[in-house]
Design a protein around this ligand. Structure first.
Ligand code: NAP
Length: 352
């Protein structure tokens, strides 16, 4: 599907951590952007987008839209051939009602955006920010399925509202997308399935778990020890570029896992420590699995999560995205180093 770059692109949740980079790159490339946000007049949440628009050839227009409000995206979608749907909560800890806080906005929101695509005749392609957690629920699934690495052929079948609800919200939302696209032929549907997205943030006002992950490695939260867990990382700038490539590469199709490298949390700490020195409250050790299992509820996780994720390798075969979209990944050391530096520059993190 050929997308006309002179038409505006709709980015839902345009002020989010990943979306802000998508918006910034589009504007810098001279593409007009319709960005939906929940609070267009809250400059704490949108100021960085207005700044990103300064001096670019692309024009930014903000629209108010809530995922749970029927018809909320129609106005912003008018005239757009490409819709990039990123809006969805990425919160893992402190949930009181996972159905309401995560699953409803992810699933009903995706349905809402795609129903709008069915009504707005200009739309030709929808790119969804899915996740690696649409292909797996817990790291142990790789072992159970006898895999050396997950590919785009797998689906997460082990998450539910009560176990790994964020992962469940992502797989349920992606499935809604693949179901709805089949019912028509005017627009096609592509997913980007990133691993944990890290790298410098253009905003400090996001609730994304990505932003707390790096902070907690240095602010003492994990000082007694990190679990022996692998995390599959991708740079926020690469994840953003992947969405844009998916949008404008005419022959692109399907799901796209996006992971640069899987590294352990301990390796991440060593990488950061080597660059930023010992003046932070780094984790002192890798905590034994039994200790992590016992302490999990106090840290906001279930024991089942600990049992099924600590000590299990987590690998992804990302050859498809490199072939289909021509994407090259930044090394993780650069990603986390740039992320840490941004947090220092923005005063989010301070040496002890
Ligand atoms: P983020 O900064 O928290 O962005 C989430 C966006 O969704 C925000 O713009 C937020 O708006 C919006 N949103 C949440 N609930 C909404 C609702 N009810 N109505 C309208 N908008 C709503 O998080 P992010 O990390 O950039 O995540 C963006 C997308 O990437 C999500 O789909 C997430 O699942 C996916 N993803 C993230 C990662 C990662 O590691 N970060 C990895 C894979 C996939 P407000 O600012 O108003 O809250």
């Amino acid at each position: 599907m050929q997308i006309d770059k002179t038409k505006p692109v709709l980015v839902t949740g345009g002020n989010g951590y990943i979306a802000s980079w998508i918006v910034k790159y589009l504007l810098a490339d001279g593409v007009d952007v319709h960005a939906t946000v929940r609070e267009p007049n809250n400059t704490a949440k949108t100021g960085h987008l207005l700044k990103a628009a300064e001096g670019t050839r692309g024009k930014l227009t903000l629209f108010k839209a809530d995922l749970l409000k029927d018809g909320a995206f129609d106005a912003a979608m008018q005239g757009c051939e490409l819709v990039i749907h990123t809006a969805s909560p990425f919160v893992i800890k402190g949930l009181k009602d996972a159905q309401k806080e995560l699953v409803d906005p992810a699933v009903m929101g995706t349905r809402n955006v795609l129903d709008a695509a069915n009504r707005v005749a200009s739309v030709k392609r929808v790119v969804l920010t899915a996740s690696v957690v649409s292909v797996y629920g817990d790291a142990q699934d790789m072992h159970t399925q006898g895999l050396k690495a997950f590919t785009e052929a797998q689906w997460n079948t082990t998450s539910s509202v009560s176990h790994q609800p964020y992962n469940y919200s992502k797989v349920a939302a992606e499935k809604v997308g693949w179901d709805i696209v089949k019912q028509q032929t005017r627009w096609d549907f592509i997913t980007i399935n990133p691993g944990l997205v890290l790298g410098p943030s253009l905003t400090t006002a996001s609730d994304s778990t990505s932003l707390s992950t790096i902070k907690e490695l240095a602010d003492g939260t994990l000082q007694t020890g990190v679990p022996n867990m692998e995390i599959a990382i991708v740079d926020v700038r690469d994840a953003a570029r992947a969405h844009i490539l998916a949008g404008f590469t005419a022959e692109a199709s399907g799901r796209h896992l996006a992971v640069s490298e899987s590294v352990t949390m301990w390796q991440l700490v060593q990488t950061l420590k080597a660059r930023f020195g010992s003046g932070y409250r780094w984790p002192k050790m890798v905590a034994p699995k039994l200790v992590v299992w016992l302490m999990a509820p106090m840290a906001g996780y279930s024991r089942r999560f600990a049992a099924r994720n600590v000590g299990w390798p987590l690998r992804f075969d990302c050859s498809y995205i490199q072939k289909d979209l021509g994407l090259k990944f930044r090394p993780v050391a650069e990603t986390v180093g740039d992320h840490f530096q941004q947090m220092l520059d923005d005063g989010v993190l301070k040496p002890r």
